[in-house]
Design a protein around this ligand. Structure first.
Ligand SMILES: NC(=O)c1ccc[n+]([C@@H]2O[C@H](COP(=O)([O-])OP(=O)(O)OC[C@H]3O[C@@H](n4cnc5c(N)ncnc54)[C@H](OP(=O)(O)O)[C@@H]3O)[C@@H](O)[C@H]2O)c1
Length: 259
């Protein structure tokens, strides 16, 4: 995720690569990042904290170690942006003894600059830092600022975890197409292009999804037959329950993190 951010920042000409310093513990990976992006690299977190903005992009289990290394070393005018899933602002802020913190929930399509990040900032984050946050997150795709941290758990369930629901539906449709008799590569193309086209069409038309669905559902037709089965199988309820389960899980993991 950190590399996707660097890639996006450089490709979109949002920052001079020479201004980016990455801390990467593994020598081989460090060298690869340096060669590929022409950025500065270091093996010590302490040497990567002189910029105006510090991005925390480690796995949740590595966060405490990194925070303890940075504790007491940041100036009040520096901004800390964390994309670490489940890590609460209070945990980061208290451990670092630093108040300007932004917490972000990105999602996997960020790998190709097509993600959506939901973020919130503490009241210590000034206007310029809010602007810098938007710029950095635009390297990953779109961004939405929310007023309260509670929305981060909701975003985790909808957009953060969302790609896994889409991939499952994609997989089920491909398998069904193979079941009908298509070769797998043809099934893949039919399904992915149908998903891509339908989403682009829905976004461009700005009509409610139900209206778009009604437009393609002729009386006694194929859509009506298929939609009947989807409703009978409780598709809406299953999706709603799945998103609620992810939300509950996100909250529970956050509680574990803070105790
Ligand atoms: N991937 C997603 O779609 C996604 C979505 C939402 C949120 N997130 C959050 O984004 C964060 C990063 O996820 P990721 O998938 O990018 O993980 P990742 O590929 O494992 O990247 C983590 C990086 O941190 C480095 N690292 C490990 N220990 C370190 C230390 N002590 N000091 C400095 N760097 C250290 C790792 O180095 P090595 O390679 O040498 O181990 C690796 O380069 C996670 O907290 C995750 O919850 C990810």
């Amino acid at each position: 995720m950190g590399e996707a951010m660097i890639q996006g920042l450089i490709t979109k000409h949002l920052i001079d690569p020479a201004k980016i310093t990455v801390c990467e513990p593994r020598g081989e990976r460090r060298e690869q990042l340096k060669q590929q992006h022409k950025i500065k690299v270091t093996s010590e977190n302490r040497d990567a904290i002189h910029s105006s903005t510090i991005v925390l992009s480690v796995k949740p289990q590595d966060l405490n170690k990194v925070l303890s290394e940075l504790k007491g070393r940041l100036k009040p005018n520096q901004l800390v942006i964390s994309i670490v899933a489940g890590a609460k602002i209070k945990t980061i802020s208290d451990t670092l003894t630093h108040s300007a913190v932004v917490r972000v929930m990105p999602n996997t399509p960020a790998q190709i600059g097509e993600g959506i990040s939901v973020w919130t900032a503490t009241s210590s984050v000034d206007k310029e830092q809010l602007g810098n946050t938007k710029t950095i997150l635009q390297a990953l795709g779109k961004e939405v600022q929310v007023e309260e941290e509670k929305y981060l758990d909701m975003a985790t369930a909808v957009s953060g975890t969302g790609p896994s629901y889409v991939f499952l539906v994609m997989e089920a449709m491909i398998d069904a197409a193979v079941h009908l008799g298509f070769a797998r590569h043809v099934a893949y193309q039919l399904v992915t292009e149908t998903m891509r086209g339908s989403i682009l069409y829905a976004m461009k038309s700005s009509k409610h999804p139900a209206e778009l669905r009604n437009m393609v559902t002729s009386p006694g037709g194929t859509s009506a037959a298929a939609l009947y089965q989807l409703e009978k199988g409780n598709l809406r309820t299953v999706i709603s329950r799945a998103i609620f389960a992810a939300y509950e899980r996100s909250k529970a993991l956050g509680e574990t993190d803070s105790h």
